[in-house]
Design a protein around this ligand. Structure first.
Ligand code: SF4
Length: 214
């Protein structure tokens, strides 16, 4: 049973790879700290919104120490264009302070250490590993959750369970890529509203859970 499911999911990943050969992060960054800040900012905001505020923000610091020194109010103003900016300003200042205090100014490349940083949950830690440190990571965001549930890969409702279910059927070497592919498909075809099932390349493989989408 599990072998069959693994084969189905592998076929899904293969088809998605063909459909989205350039799937990857759209966030702009040039080092680990900028990536971490961008991923924290991206929660409940689009990558486009994040990319609009980060040039001015990134121009204000070149190290965690400099980031930690930015006044909270100014930090809030710099990121005002993204959702929940006040909370995120607190998290960004807090994570910069912790990186200076506990990690000698360097973003840690370890999942459990990343989780200790303010504002960093499993999704952010997984994206940091996958995109920043080239290690296996499969972050579950709103697109991954929706598409994986509709496809019937998971029945989980919380991200920890969904991440576990996905990691069980997707080979570790494909975790990072699968994250980007599921997001790409969620944005382009399997949208929250009006998923385009009749045009979907996964139609034959999809269980269309939650859906009367056709
Ligand atoms: S068939 Fe429909 S529900 Fe299934 S993945 Fe495609 S768009 Fe999403």
């Amino acid at each position: 049973m599990i072998m069959q499911e693994k084969k189905r999911v592998q076929k899904i990943i293969e088809l998605l790879k063909q459909e989205y050969p350039d799937a990857g992060t759209r966030l702009h960054f040039s080092n680990h700290l900028e990536l971490l800040v961008a991923v924290v900012l991206s929660a409940q905001s689009t990558d486009e919104q994040v990319n609009k505020v980060t040039p001015e923000l990134f121009a204000r610091f070149s190290s965690a120490r400099e980031l930690a020194a930015i006044d909270l109010e100014e930090l809030g103003e710099l990121i005002r264009g993204v959702g929940l900016y006040k909370n995120k300003a607190c998290h960004i200042k807090g994570l910069a302070e912790k990186i200076v205090a506990d990690y000698d100014g360097e973003v840690p490349g370890d999942f459990n250490e990343l989780l200790k940083l303010p504002g960093v949950g499993r999704k952010t830690a997984n994206v940091m590993l996958a995109v920043g440190f080239n290690q296996p990571g499969l972050g579950v965001d709103t697109h991954v959750k929706r598409v994986a549930r509709r496809l019937g890969i998971t029945a989980g409702k919380n991200v920890t369970r969904i991440e576990k279910d996905l990691k069980q059927v997707i080979p570790m070497s494909l975790w990072s890529e699968s994250h980007h592919l599921l997001i790409a498909h969620g944005r382009a075809v399997c949208r929250a509203r009006n998923p385009q099932c009749s045009e979907c390349i996964l139609l034959e493989l999809c269980e269309r859970v939650d859906g009367n989408h056709l």
